[in-house]
Design a protein around this ligand. Sequence first.
Ligand code: ADP
Ligand code: ZN
Ligand code: ZN
Length: 707
Amino acid sequence: MNYVKVYVEHSALSLNQLFTYSCDEPVQPGCRVVVPFGPRELTAIVAALAKEPETSRKILPVSQVLDKAPLLNDELFELSGWLSDRCCASVISVLKTMLPPAMRPKTGHSKVVMEQWLEQGIPADGAKLTGKQESFLSGLQLPVPAAQARRISASMTRSLLEKGFLKSVDRPKDRDLITLPAKDVPPELRPGQMQALEQIRQSKASVFLLHGVTGSGKTEVFLRLAQEALEQGKQVLFLVPEIGLTPMMTQRVMARFQDQIAVYHSYLSPQEKYAQYQHVKEGKARIVVGTRSACFMPFDNLGLILMDEEHDASYMQDSMPRYHTRDVVLHRAAHHGCKVVMASATPSLESYARTLKHVYELVQLPERVNFQMPEIRLLDMSKETVRDGFSQTLLDAIQSRLERKEQVILLLNRRGYLPVVRCADCHDVRICPDCGIALSYHKKENRLVCHSCDRSFRYDPVCPACGSTHTAPVGMGTEKLEDTLQTLFPDARILRMDADSTRKKGAHKALLDRFSHGADILVGTQMVAKGLDFPNVTLVGILQADNALIRSDYRAAESAYEMLEQASGRSGRGEKPGEVMIQTFDPSHYVLQSVRSHGYQSFFRREMQYRHLGDYPPYIYMAMLVFSHSKPETVMERARQAVSHCRDQRILGPVTISMRQQKHRVRLVIKDRDDDRLLHTVWDIVHALGHGPVKLEVTMHPLRLEE
Ligand code: ADP
Ligand code: ZN
Ligand code: ZN
C-alpha cells in the first residue's frame, strides 16, 4: 500500500496542513485527487508520497485520482511551495494563481473546448493511396482542423483516416486572437542603445536595471536582447504592467517576432488562456508577452526575462497570494540561469537602492531618441486665472494645439462625474453603507459608485436625509472633465480612457486605435500616463496634481512622482517639441520640482532621507496584517493577540481602518530590518490566528497600506 500527503482547502484549517490518505493507483506529487474529508468529498493536491503512513490516526483511501500527470513540472511545483512560504498563503491558493483557470485545482479540464485536428499518420500495412487521395492529401497543410478537411471532401477524409494516412488528435480550441501586424524593420541603434546592449551582454551580473528617461529607446534594447536569446534557441518572457501597455507592446513585439509569440493577460477568456499556456508548454511559442500572471508560464528553457516599467504597482497581486512578480522572476531566473533586465524611467526606490549596493547592475540611457525632453511648466493655481477647473494658460495651450492639428493628453486621476455628492441644504454626503466612504456619481449610468468595493446604487436626486433635491457640485471626475472640455472646445474630438470606458474586452485597444487615427484630445485617469507612444502629442496637461501629493501613505510621494514623470513622458516623443503643464497650489513641492527638472536622482535622494527618518522601506522590511470580522471588539481583540507574537520589532497599530463588505477591519504593520525574522514572526501569527471566524489577510512587503 502507498500513502499520499495532500493539501486540502478549508477555512477552519491552519495553512498548508497535510493529511495522509492511502492510494493504490499510481500518482505523483502535483496531481489532484478527491478525498473524503469529514462528511464531504474535497479536491486535494498531492504534496508528497510516502511508504509508511507516519501517523497513528485511521487512514482513509483516496476516492479518485484526477490527473495522470502533475499539473506542473518540478520547477513550478517547487516554486509554488516557495511562494506559499514567502507570501504566507496556502499552496492551493498559489496553484490557483499559477495555473490558467481551466486547469485550476477545483475545476476540471472539462471547461476546455477541444477541437479535432488531423495530423500525418502512419499508414496500415499494405495501405495504398488512390491518385485522387494522393492529390487531396498533398493539398492539405498538416496539421489541419478536421472540419476544414471535411469541407473539401468528407469521404476522402474518412477513408484516409481509416487507412492510417491521417491521424486524428484533439487540441484545445484556439480562437485566433492574434492578427499579425506587418513585420517591422528594426531601426539602426543609437550609440546610447548600443552601449547599453553591450554592457548587458558583457556583464557577468544576472540582474539589470535599465534606467532610461521616457522615450530613450528602452523597448528597442529589449527587442534586441530578445532576438539574441531566441537565436540561441531559448525562450523569452517579456512582462508588461496590467493592461495599459499590453496592446501597444504586444503589437510591437509581434511586429518583430511574428508567430513565435504567445500572449497572456487578464482580458483573455479561460479558453484563450488555456490555449496560450499549451502553446508554451508544447514549445510552439517561444516568446511570451504578458502581464503579471505570465510569470508562471511553463517554460523549460528560459533564456531571458524582460520586465518593462519595473516600478508599476500592478506587478503585485492585491488578493491572496499577494506576490510581487519581481520576486517570482528572480527566483525563476536563478533556476534557469538566465538574465533579468528590468526597465523604467522612474525605478522603484527599492530597485534603484539595490543598484547602489550592486545587487542589480545599473544600465543607463540618459537621452531621448529625439534628443529633446519636454518642457515642464508648473501652473500656480493661486495666481492663474481659473475657469471651470482649468487655468487660462492651459486652455490657451490646448487651443493652439487644436489649431496646429497636434494632440493633447489630459490627466485627472479621478473617474466618474462627481467624486462626492453633497446635499446643498443639509450638507449630507452619500456614503457607501459597506465601507463608510463617499460615493462617486457616474452620470452615464446615473449611479452612485463606491470606488473602494465597487458596489453601486441607482442615483436618487432626493436627499435621503432632508428630502431636498439640490446637490452641491463638489470636485470633478474624468466624466465631467470630458463634458466641460466639449463645451469649451465644441469642435474637438475628445476621447476618455479610464476604468469605466475600458471595462469591455477590446475597448482599451479600440480607444488607442481611435486616438492614433486622429482624435484631438485624450482625457483619462493615470491610465493615460502609462507607456503611450504617440509622436503627435505635444501637450500633456495634469489637473489637480496636488491630490496625488497629499495622500498619507508612506509611498504617496513615490507614486506621485512616478505618475507625473510618466505622464510628462507622453509629450514630445516625435519630432515636434513637447510641453507639459501641471496645475498645482504647491509649486515648490519637491516632487514637482524634481519632475520639472527631470531629476530622478534628486527625487531619489530626498525621498530616501524621508524613508530613513521614518523607518520605512527600503531601509526596513514590512508586513501588513489585516483582520476582519463583523464585530469590532472581536477583531480588535484578535489583532492584539497577534501583537503578543511579535519579537522586538516596531509595530504600527493595531488601528481600525475602513470597513469592507460590512466587516470591521483592523490593520497591524510589523517592521523589521531582518526579512527572515519578519517572515518567521508572521508565520507564527498565521499558525496561531490564521484560521477561524476572524479572517486574516497577510501582505509581505506591501506597496500600499490599506486605509
Ligand atoms: P522607451 O521604451 O524608453 O519609452 P521606446 O523604445 O518606446 O522608448 O522609443 C521611443 C520612440 O523612439 C519609439 O517610437 C521608438 O520606435 C523610437 N526609437 C527607438 N529606438 C530608435 C532608434 N534607434 N532609431 C529611431 N527610432 C527609435
Ligand atoms: Zn439634505
Ligand atoms: Zn464600498
